[in-house]
Structure formats: C-alpha cells, structure tokens
Ligand binder design. Structure first.
Ligand SMILES: O=C(O)CCC(=O)C(=O)O
Ligand SMILES: [Fe+2]
Length: 236
C-alpha cells in the first residue's frame, strides 16, 4: 500500500490488487449470479458479515452473521490483524453517486474499498466543527478511483475529511478530458471499533464527540435549572 502524498493524509492505495481476468470473472458473478435488491435508480448494496445497528450503535444481534461467499475470500485485505467484520458490495450504475459522509466513527475503525468496473472521481472534503475558525474555507481534493485498486482510509482521510461521489453522467479529469460514467462496483470493508467510542474529538464529524457535547449541554442545562430552582427556594 502506498500513501498518496496529498492532503488529507491517510489515503493508501494498492493498484492492481487483482488481475483484469480476475476482475472480469467477478463482474460476471455480480451481474449473473447475485441476487440484488429490486431495481431502482441509483446505488444498490449487498452485505456480508455482521450488520451494524444505527439504533444501538453496535452489531445488530437480531440479524444473523452472513458468511463471506467463496469469491470474496481472495479479495479480503490482509494488512489488518483479522478479517473485516462487515463487507458491503455496491453497484453504481452510470450517473449514480454517494453523498459526502464519514463512515460512523464510533462503530468502525479501519476502512478499505476495492474498486471494480469503471473508474470514478471521489471527492474528499475537509470537515470539522462549524466554529473551528476556518471561516468556511475547506480544502477538497478529487481522487480517481481506478478499477482493481484497493484504497485504505485512515487518520485524517478516515476521520476528519468527508468522502463522496457526485451524482453525474461524466467526470472531468484534471487534464480536461470528459470521461463518461459507466457501471462501477465497489467492495467496502469495515472493522468494528473495540469499545464503540472514538476519541478524535471532531464535533463536526464524530458521532462520539457530538454525543458527548449533547450530553454535556444537557448536563449544563440541568445544572442551570437546578441552581435557578434553589435560588427560587431561597427567595421564598
Ligand atoms: O464506493 C466506494 O468506493 C466507497 C463507498 C463508501 O464510501 C461507503 O460505502 O461508505
Ligand atoms: Fe464511506
């Protein structure tokens, strides 16, 4: 894995993670052997491993663990100490995208994505608390996700910048080339974060930091209410 010499830090890429022949065989499996959710415009996803619950912010114990299919096994990153807890295959028909986001900090730790099919530009954008003094001037960068390349996001790229893919029919490359969008597939790999708490403190992007701030605000409000009540009692 090679780290890209850009901001944000923490984007690592392994180009040609698999051969073109291997990729062609996978696309055949995706198109002819998998059962996708009903057709709709936009992105479609299939999941394996544990399912994350947005209610409890941990593994959804009601949904059984889905074993990884045979074709997925040679595609698992081997640079972590254990296999991923969750894998998501997504199909982007031409023009489809994914809104800018950070993958939930508290739930997941490491993040990898393998690109297959057509290339696409991914936007990374610096994000943080609204009152961080940056005056709204946020850095952003576009990364060309090439087919058969494995990308890892860690550090700033994972926690402090959002990533997304614009919904559009073409991408304009830095040299001015207008590249039509074609079918793309990605496989996203996630590892559950032990303890389900993130300590990055980014109140703009981190769910743990936002929750702590919310709790603290609620606590301060309660204290203020209580001291007002005791003052009222003293007055009477
Ligand atoms: O399609 C990709 O390469 C990444 C998708 C993504 O960001 C996500 O599923 O969280
Ligand atoms: Fe993501």
């Amino acid at each position: 894995m090679q780290e890209l010499p850009i901001a944000p830090s923490g984007i690592l890429v392994h180009t040609d993670f698999i051969t073109s022949e291997h990729e062609a065989e996978l696309l055949r499996v995706f198109q002819h052997e998998l059962e996708w959710p009903p057709e709709r415009t936009g992105r479609r996803s299939l999941h394996w491993g544990y399912t994350f619950s947005y209610k409890t912010f941990s593994i959804d114990r009601d949904i059984p663990y889905k074993t990884f299919p045979e074709w997925l096994l040679p595609l698992l990153p081997t640079t972590e100490s254990r296999p991923p807890d969750q894998v998501c295959l997504q199909h982007y028909p031409p023009g489809a995208g994914i809104p800018p986001h950070v993958d939930t900090h508290s739930a997941f730790d490491q993040l990898y994505a393998l690109s297959l099919g057509a290339p696409v530009l991914m936007q990374f954008r610096e994000g943080g608390p609204v009152e961080d003094g940056s005056g709204g001037a946020r850095r952003s960068v576009e990364i060309d996700l090439l087919p058969r390349s494995m990308m890892q996001m860690r550090g700033d790229a994972r926690l402090h910048w959002t990533h997304g893919i614009r919904k559009r029919k073409t991408d304009t490359l830095p040299d001015g080339t207008v590249r039509p969008r074609m079918d793309r597939w990605s496989i996203t790999y996630r590892w559950l974060r032990q303890g389900a708490v993130c300590d990055c403190g980014n109140e703009g992007l981190c769910d743990t930091a936002m929750q702590r701030r919310g709790v603290e605000r609620g606590y301060r409000w309660k204290q203020a209410e209580e001291s007002k009540m005791s003052e009222e009692q003293e007055d009477s």
